[in-house]
Design a protein around this ligand. Sequence first.
Ligand code: M6R
Length: 604
Amino acid sequence: MCGIIGIVASSNVSGQLLESLQRLEYRGYDSAGIATLSNGELDRRRAKGKLQALIDVVSTSPLEGQVGIGHTRWATHGAPSAINAHPHLSGRVAVVHNGIIENYVALKADLMASGHVFESDTDTEVVAHMIEAALASGAAPLEALKSTLDRLEGAYALAVIVEGENDLVMGARRGSPLVVGYGDGEMFIGSDALAVGPFTNRITYLEEGDYVAINRESARIFDAEGNSVERAKHTVASSAVLVEKGNYRHFMEKEIHEQPDSSQHTLARYIDPVAGSPSEHILDFTGISRLQVVACGTAYYAGLVGKYLIEDIAGIPVDIEIASEFRYRNPVMDPGTLTVAISQSGETADTLAALRWCKERGLRTAAIVNAHQSTMAREADIVLGTYAGPEICVLSTKAFTAQIVVLISLAIAGARQRGRIDVATERRYVRELLEAPRLIAQTLSIERQIANLAQDLMRSCDMLFLGRGVMYPMAMEGALKLKESSYIHAEGCAAGEMKHGPISLIDDVTPVVVLAPSDELFDKTMSNLREVIARSGPVTMITDAEGAARAPSEVRVIIVPTGPKLINALIYAVPLQLIAYHIGVCKGTDVDQPRNLAKSVTVE
Ligand code: M6R
């Protein structure tokens, strides 16, 4: 839930550390800090708040040194403050950490009993003190690291520097990701490929339990038992360009506009347009009697859309559960169940734990994942990648639609393999799915209208989103997006459920957004919409041309392209994302990095 970087170079590293932290800020942004070995001595700068605060500190008080570590934080233990910001120091040691040390209270008590004095409220500080204690008792740096790791419980990715060690950064991972980056005469460790992306695209993904020592020329990697090991080097696609905002004001805006491409790239992997069918490799449904989807947040809503479509088209039962709930009860699973984890980052702690829970019980697992080198991608039996490219905005947009593209492809493949549809129907579905990039692009052209709508809605305290069928999970996704982008309280409801409670929220100042494609549920949704109008609720209806022609005169109508029902979730995602984006911008919130959130939630 934090971002870490470590660099050994031949010139001052503070600029590189800050550049890397800019790439990592999506992982946490309530404080940041860097430490270097300057003339062989430890020195650090820290600041509460966004990275810019640290950049300002470093510009007034520069930090020299060719070996350094950096951190951008999402607070778990200890309030967001400069004193709790990493790096944490003890004697000769400086440490940055992503994860949670679960047994830190007991470790801290031991250390305090032997005279160690702590300055922060964090769990991380114990790591610095433990390594320092081991060094003080004569251990070499790597031994000190290893003996410390052996006593830690919980999750960590660590980067460590030691005073007097001018050609060394040490790292370790368990439960949180860490990569090694290979430069020319300089070496890196970082939370992910983006962290080291400005400097190299030659990368090793450390495995669970690994620890590493880098110097200017090389990396020595050890497994959890301390054996020296070789790990594969990968050349990752140069993503430097992809993580710039270009001409857009925000990553959120850019990523919303990238959806014609991201859906196309994902489609290209799963659909064979010539054959008119899903690609052969997508998934063999033999022996699969049920899918169990686990996911969090927006990925969960994608899964819910998938449930509606897969059950409808393929007739395969799909259960779906929020990963943080799934793992703490005793779900009844049968051997024919394929667990499908859905995750942009592939690192979400709860989703990963749910996937592991299923693996441990001998169930087959699949991951629909955007970060192809993530832990989920490496641990799942089957990887169904989304090809949305790096998603930097904390709010998920293009990854969401790419996940739905994969789920629709699975629905078609499952239906065909199980003999539920004939070749002609399969071809029709494929043709319809192939329309998605074009129709998403066409939908983006309503942005000006949505920007105007946002001006009117921005002062609301609450908003409701309503939909039926697939539009129900879309309503919940619309509400989540709005909460994140604007801090407006919002709820997504099944339109038919309104009368069972949420209707009491309706008044003349609570805007209601109704998602109403002109399908077989349209008339039912209109009845619910009229219930809102009857209670003076101000309604915006998002619909297609046919729906607009039948809309009550009291409602404001936003018209989206008429698409096949199969891909309506992809079309209606766009106005929902644009509403959240423009209301957030009108209100002046930081839509790319809203308060209290982080992109990659690697803690429970
Ligand atoms: O990386 P994941 O897809 O596993 O993340 C899951 C959620 O944390 C994520 O979708 C979150 O809800 C987003 N901020 C939504 O915009």
